[in-house]
Structures are given as structure tokens and as C-alpha cells.
Design a protein around this ligand. Structure first.
Ligand SMILES: Nc1ncnc2c1ncn2[C@@H]1O[C@H](COP(=O)(O)OP(=O)(O)OP(=O)(O)O)[C@@H](O)[C@H]1O
Length: 327
């Protein structure tokens, strides 16, 4: 059996508008293997969430998949709708969103939510599900799990609530977790704990993770591979160590240089000049060229070469010498 859990092939998402068609995701491909954490990173509006939402059929109409294929454990899922997709979400795909309250029912005790999810997706008795609910809460670090299982979501702090959501996302033993900015709404002090928890539990279970974030620190901390998105396209894809220490795409390099992590000891953080283009004004050629210090005429016309694992979508990728000089 292949190790690939999720395979996104040439995914394009379109939004028809009165002024034309917008493409928040264009020709994006990446795979996530069993037990692997893939980070999807880029500035706000890069299309990270749209790509994740396309996988679970949570695009807000009129946004829709206009091209490409999505495969989960060898089955094509991009045409699944309604009940079939709902079954897949929860059972095969667990979700952790930025705001834990969007995933929890405020009117139900958290134990009942865990039990309901398990009974829907697993062939176990209610008694077994109740016992597993307490274990699940212990595993995510809820103190006094045997009592807290009867609490309501509002009785927890933000960080504890996100732990409950992680327990809920994992309780039906999914093969994939999509975590979209799971720590962005939390206090800085608990962010690292939640990321460490997600990482440990998914590693232990061999769960594949799509970790969507704008935070390079989270990428460095938690991921095995990184997909860097810019204006809906994939700029770079590769093992996290390579991408962070030897970024090839000038955009990735700019992102790195603008994070405290990479600039430790430097007096000022670098800022990428300009802003990401609006979707109705994405430049021809390489979408990044107006902001790119390495751009030439070539970058203004033909689209850059397609991204491959370990090879950026850039006509003038940074060589090792240039990386050292620029850093
Ligand atoms: N209904 C819509 N009509 C027009 N543009 C839209 C619509 N919905 C989303 N967009 C645009 O699609 C782009 C991609 O959005 P997406 O949420 O995927 O970005 P992101 O990289 O996840 O950013 P963030 O970190 O801010 O969530 C954004 O530019 C957003 O403004």
C-alpha cells in the first residue's frame, strides 16, 4: 500500500465575479504521506485556506474546484458531495480551525460530543466510547479528565478548548488532519504547547497533517515538508530543513528574512517590499516579479517553471552563494 495519504494534483479553485474569474488557487500539487506534517505557508490571502477547504468541500460558493484532482488513500474525493463528504470529514479527515468554538457545540458536554463522533464513525459500544472519551481528554492534557468530560465548551480556556478540539479531531482515528491556523487565536504562551501536542499525537498515530499557517516559527517547529504559496500558486516545495536554511525562491527567502527566527541577532527585520497582488490584478509571468529583487524581463512574461519537490517555481532561484550573501 502506498504511503501517500493525500494527493492534490493540479488543483485550481475559481471564483466567478462580475469582473471576471478569480483564481485563489491555481495549478497547485502536493502530497502528504502517512505520519508526515506538511506546512502550507504564505502571507494572508495566498490561498492556503482555500486549498485546504477544497479538500473537505468547504469552499464558500461561488468558489468551486475548477480543475485538478484530490485523492485520499487512493480514492478520488474531489467530486464527493453531501452525505459522502460529511462521512469522510470526521472519519477520514479531522479538522482543527483557528477558533475552537467553531468546532464545538456550545450546548453539549464535551464528553457527549466525543462519544457522538466516535459512535458515528467507529464500531464500538457507547460504554467503550465513554471510556475512550476520558482517555482522549487525558491524552490531550486536560487535567481531571474524568470530571471535565462533563463540562461544556465555555467552561474551558482558549488553549484547553483547542486541546478538546484536537481530541475531537483525532477520536475517530482519521488518516488526515487539516489544521488551519490552529494557534493563531491563542496566547503566545500556549501556542507552542498546542503545536507540540498536535505534532506528538499525530506522530504516534501515523496521522498525516496539513498544517496551514502564516507563521514561519510554527513551520520550523512542527513540519517535515513545506509548501510555500504566493498569490494562489505554489512557489516552493521541499523538506523543511532545505526550504528554511537554503530557500531557493526569493519569496521564501523574503519570508524567512522577515521572521525573528531567521534574523536573530540582526538589528532590523527585513520586509518584503510591496504587497501581494489582489486576485483581479495578478501580474503575468511570475506573480512575485514586481516585488522580487532578482526579477528580469524573463520573469514578466512566461510563467516560471513548475514547482517540483526540491525545485522552486523561479527563473532565477537563489544559489547557495546568493543565499549566504543575502542572509
Ligand atoms: N468570495 C470571494 N470573492 C473574492 N475573493 C475571495 C472570496 N473568498 C476568498 N477570496 C480571496 O481568496 C484569496 C485566498 O484566500 P485564503 O483565505 O485561502 O487565503 P489564506 O492564504 O488562507 O489567507 P489567511 O491567512 O488570511 O486566511 C484571498 O485573496 C481572499 O481575499
Amino acid at each position: 500500500m502506498s504511503d501517500t495519504v493525500l494527493s492534490i494534483r493540479n488543483l485550481t479553485v475559481e471564483i466567478p465575479t462580475r469582473h471576471g474569474i478569480l483564481r485563489p488557487v491555481e495549478d497547485v500539487s502536493y502530497d502528504i504521506a502517512r505520519g508526515e506534517i506538511l506546512g502550507v505557508v504564505g502571507e494572508s490571502g495566498a490561498g492556503k485556506s482555500m486549498a485546504g477547504n477544497a479538500v473537505i468541500d468547504l469552499l464558500n460558493p461561488p468558489a468551486h474546484i475548477a480543475g485538478g484532482e484530490i485523492w485520499l488513500n487512493g480514492s478520488r474525493i474531489d467530486q464527493l458531495k453531501g452525505e459522502a463528504m460529511r462521512r469522510l470529514r470526521g472519519k477520514e479527515i479531522g479538522m482543527v480551525f483557528q477558533d475552537p468554538l467553531t468546532s464545538l457545540n456550545p450546548l453539549l458536554r464535551i464528553g457527549d460530543q466525543l462519544v457522538e463522533t466516535m459512535l458515528t464513525h467507529l464500531k464500538i459500544s457507547e460504554r467503550e466510547a465513554r471510556a475512550r472519551a476520558v482517555t482522549a481528554l487525558q491524552e490531550v492534557g486536560i487535567p481531571g479528565a474524568a470530571e471535565r468530560v462533563d463540562s461544556y465548551p465555555h467552561e474551558f480556556s482558549g488553549g484547553m478548548r483547542q486541546r478538546v478540539v484536537i481530541a475531537l479531531a483525532l477520536c475517530a482515528e482519521p488518516s488526515l488532519i487539516i489544521a488551519d491556523e490552529p494557534t493563531t487565536a491563542l496566547d503566545v504562551s500556549v501556542q507552542a504547547q498546542i503545536i507540540a501536542l498536535l505534532k506528538r499525537l499525530c506522530r504516534e498515530r501515523g496521522t498525516a497533517v496539513m498544517l496551514i499557517t502564516h507563521d514561519m516559527g510554527v513551520i520550523a517547529e512542527a513540519t517535515d515538508r513545506v509548501a510555500v504559496m504566493y498569490a494562489g500558486r505554489l512557489a516552493e516545495l521541499g523538506p523543511v530543513r532545505d526550504v528554511l536554511t537554503r530557500p531557493q525562491h526569493p519569496y521564501t527567502h523574503g519570508l524567512m528574512a522577515s521572521t525573528p527566527l531567521a534574523s536573530a541577532g540582526k538589528a532590523r527585520l527585513h520586509q518584503i517590499p510591496g504587497a501581494m497582488p489582489r486576485l483581479d490584478a495578478v501580474p503575468d509571468g511570475c506573480a512575485f516579479h514586481p516585488r522580487c529583487p532578482r526579477a528580469t524581463d524573463l520573469c514578466r512574461q512566461p510563467p516560471p517553471p513548475k514547482v517540483q519537490d526540491g525545485k522552486a517555481a523561479c527563473w532565477h532561484p537563489l544559489t547557495q552563494d546568493a543565499q549566504e550573501e543575502a542572509l
